[in-house]
Design a protein around this ligand. Structure first.
Ligand code: ZN
Ligand code: ZN
Length: 170
C-alpha cells in the first residue's frame, strides 16, 4: 500500500461549504470546518484535499474514517457505490497505476514549501496531542491523590475519635 501523509488544515476561501464524508441527510449540520490534505509520504506529491465537518473530523482523529487499502486515500461519500453498498476508491475507478515506483527525494531536491509547512503542522499537532495526554494523566494523578488523602484524613479522624473515647472511658 502506498503510504500517505495527512494534514488537517484551515479551509481555503474557495473551499466547498459542506463535508466530503457525510451528507446533510446523515448530519444536518455538515458544514465543513477544516480540510484534510493528503500527500505521498515518499515524494510529497499532492494526492487529495477533502473537506471535513466537525463530526467527521472527530472520527478522523479517532482513526475511524476509512482509508483505501490500495492507495491510502480517505474514502469520501463520493467513493461510496450505492449498487455494491461499499466503497470503490478513486484509484480503482480511474485505474490509477500504483505499481509505478515512487522515488524518494534526493538530498539536493527540495520538498515544496507547502509540504514543509504541512509537516510542521503535523509535528505540532502531535506535540499538542501528547501534551493533552500528559495533562490528562496528571489530572488523574491529582484525583487519585485527593482520594487517598481523603481516606487517610478519615482514618486519622477515626483514630483520634477512638483515642478520645478510650480516654473518656478510662
Ligand atoms: Zn461530515
Ligand atoms: Zn484507492
Amino acid at each position: 500500500m502506498r503510504e500517505l501523509e495527512y494534514t488537517v488544515l484551515e479551509l481555503e476561501k474557495e473551499s466547498k461549504k459542506t463535508c466530503d464524508f457525510c451528507s446533510k441527510f446523515e448530519n444536518k449540520n455538515n458544514k465543513s470546518v477544516h480540510q484534510i490534505r493528503s500527500r505521498s509520504k515518499v515524494t510529497g506529491e499532492w494526492i487529495s484535499d477533502d473537506m471535513v465537518c466537525e463530526r467527521c473530523e472527530e472520527k478522523y482523529w479517532d482513526d475511524e474514517l476509512s482509508k483505501c487499502n490500495r492507495c491510502g486515500r480517505l474514502q469520501t461519500k463520493l467513493d461510496f457505490d450505492i449498487v455494491n453498498g461499499k466503497n470503490v476508491c478513486y484509484c480503482i475507478r480511474n485505474n490509477e497505476d500504483l505499481e509505478e515506483k515512487e522515488l524518494p527525494l534526493l538530498p539536493h531536491e527540495e520538498i515544496s514549501q507547502s509540504t514543509f509547512y504541512e509537516r510542521q503542522i503535523n509535528s505540532l499537532q502531535e506535540q499538542l496531542n501528547e501534551t493533552e495526554e500528559a495533562l490528562e494523566i496528571e489530572r488523574e494523578e491529582v484525583i487519585k491523590f485527593q482520594e487517598k488523602s481523603e481516606k487517610w484524613g478519615k482514618r486519622q479522624k477515626q483514630e483520634l475519635l477512638d483515642r478520645i473515647k478510650e480516654l473518656e472511658t478510662d
